[in-house]
Design a protein around this ligand. Structure first.
Ligand SMILES: *Cc1c(COP(=O)(O)O)cnc(C)c1O
Length: 389
C-alpha cells in the first residue's frame, strides 16, 4: 500500500503499541469480572483501581473523582444530565456556548425538552467565550456552566481559569469538555478550578469506546445508566477492563511526553499555516493564532467546496477533515464556523488538518504543495469563484 498521510488526529488516533500490549492480557487470561469475589475478579478490580489512579494523577485529581464511561460523549452526558437532574431543586438554568461538541449541545437540547432552560453563548471571531459573558448570563436559577477547553474544529483553547473565578464566586458548577485537550496541552483540574471534566481515550492514542468523567468530590450528580453498583453506583455495567487499562497507559504516555509532542506539532502547524498564508490567496485561518491546539490547522478557501477538496486530497493519499466527523456527510456547514461569523459558502470551503504522532515535516511540505495545486485547479473550474474573501 502507498503511504497514507493521516492528518485527522482530532477525529481519532491509532492505538500505541505499548497501550495495546498492556490491554491484551485482559482479553484472555485476565478476563474476570471485577465484581466477582475470587482471584481473577480481584485481578480485574486491581487493574481498574490502578488505572483510576493513573488517570487521576494525569489531571491532578483524586482517584475517587474518576468515573469510567464508554467515551467522551457518554462522559459529557453523565456530567451534564447527572448534575442537571440532581440539582433541579436549586434551579433549571444551564449556560454553554454555540461552539460545543454535539455531545454537549444535543444533551442540552434534550434537557430543554425536559424543562431546563439553556443559554447558548455567542463566541467572538476566534471562538472565545469571556468570563464577563458568563457573569452576565448567570441567573438565580443557574446550576451549571459547560464550556469546552479546546475546540475540536478550530482548535481554540478557552481561558477556563478565568471563567472558573466567576462560577466559583457564584457557587455554580463548571464542566469542561477536555476531550481534545488531554494529551495535547497540560490539564490540571485544580489550576483550572473546574468541578467536572470529560475525556476520551481514542483522542490520545488509546482505544475507542472508553473515556472518563472527572467529577469533583462533593458535586451532586445522578446516574442515568442504572443497574449494578459499578463506579460507585454512578455508571452501571460490567467494566471495560481492557479499555480502562489501555486508557490509563495512553494517558500516562501522553502526559509524560506532552512537551516534546506539542513542540513537534506546533512546528508542523506553524510551517503549514505560514506557507498557506504566503502561497495561497483568498484564504482565512480559523481559530486563534496562538491559543490553539498544537496540531490544529483550520482554513477556509474562498470559492471551494470542502467535500471536493477532501476527495482530491484523498486521491493524493492525504486524509483530513472538512469539519468534525459528526457533521461531515451532512450538507450543513459546521456550527462552529458559523458561530465565529463565517458565511455559509465560506464555511463550506473549509479544511481541518490535525497533526499527530506519525506526521513529519515532509508530510507538512507535501500537504501544502498538494493543497496549492488542488485549490488552484478547483478554483479554475468552480462556478462559485469570485474575488476576495
Ligand atoms: C471526540 C470528541 C467527543 C466525543 O468523544 P467520543 O469518545 O468519540 O464519544 C466529545 N467532545 C469533543 C471535543 C471531541 O473532540
Amino acid at each position: 500500500m502507498e503511504k497514507i498521510i493521516y492528518v485527522d488526529h482530532s477525529a481519532t488516533t491509532y492505538v500505541k503499541k505499548e497501550v495495546l500490549e498492556e490491554m491484551l492480557p485482559y482479553f484472555t487470561e485476565k478476563y474476570g469480572n471485577a465484581s466477582s469475589p475470587y482471584k481473577i475478579g480481584g485481578i480485574s478490580k486491581n487493574a481498574i483501581e490502578n488505572a483510576r489512579k493513573k488517570v487521576a494523577k494525569a489531571i491532578n485529581a483524586h482517584s475517587e473523582e474518576i468515573y469510567f464511561t464508554a467515551g467522551g460523549s457518554e462522559a459529557d452526558n453523565l456530567i451534564i444530565r447527572g448534575i442537571a437532574m440532581a440539582n433541579r431543586n436549586k434551579g433549571n438554568h444551564i449556560i454553554t456556548s454555540k461552539i460545543e461538541h454535539l455531545a454537549v449541545l444535543n444533551t442540552c437540547k434534550a434537557l430543554e425538552r425536559q424543562g431546563f432552560e439553556v443559554t447558548y453563548l455567542d463566541v467572538d471571531e476566534n471562538g472565545f467565550v469571556t468570563a464577563s459573558q458568563i457573569r452576565d448570563a448567570i441567573k438565580d436559577t443557574t446550576i451549571l456552566v459547560s464550556i469546552m477547553l479546546a475546540n475540536n474544529e478550530i482548535g481554540t483553547i478557552q481561558d477556563i481559569q478565568e471563567i472558573s473565578k466567576v462560577t466559583k464566586f457564584k457557587g455554580i458548577y463548571l464542566h469542561t469538555d477536555a476531550v481534545q485537550a488531554i494529551g495535547s496541552v497540560p490539564v490540571d483540574v485544580e489550576a483550572l478550578g473546574i468541578d467536572a471534566l470529560s475525556m476520551s481515550a481514542h483522542k490520545f492514542y488509546g482505544p475507542k469506546g472508553i473515556g472518563a468523567a472527572y467529577i469533583r468530590k462533593g458535586v451532586k450528580f445522578d446516574s442515568h445508566i442504572t443497574g449494578g453498583h459499578q463506579e460507585k453506583n454512578k455508571r452501571a455495567g460490567t467494566e471495560n477492563v481492557p479499555g480502562i487499562v489501555g486508557m490509563a497507559k495512553a494517558i500516562e504516555i501522553a502526559t509524560t511526553n506532552i512537551e516534546e509532542y506539542s513542540e513537534k506539532l506546533i512546528e508542523l502547524r506553524e510551517y503549514t499555516i505560514n506557507r498557506i498564508l504566503e502561497e495561497i490567496p483568498n484564504i482565512k485561518i480559523n481559530g486563534d493564532r496562538n491559543k490553539r491546539l498544537p496540531g490544529n490547522v483550520n482554513i477556509s478557501f474562498k470559492g471551494i467546496e470542502g467535500e471536493s477538496l477532501l476527495l482530491m486530497l484523498d486521491m493524493k493519499n492525504i486524509e483530513a477533515s472538512s469539519g468534525s466527523a459528526c457533521t461531515s456527510g451532512s450538507l450543513d456547514p459546521s456550527h462552529v464556523l458559523l458561530a465565529i461569523g463565517l458565511k455559509h459558502e465560506v464555511a463550506h470551503g473549509s479544511l481541518r488538518i490535525s497533526f499527530g504522532d506519525c506526521n513529519t515535516m515532509e508530510d507538512a511540505i507535501y500537504i501544502v504543495d498538494c493543497l496549492k495545486e488542488i485549490v488552484q485547479r478547483l478554483r479554475e473550474i468552480s462556478p462559485l469563484n469570485s474575488n476576495n474573501m
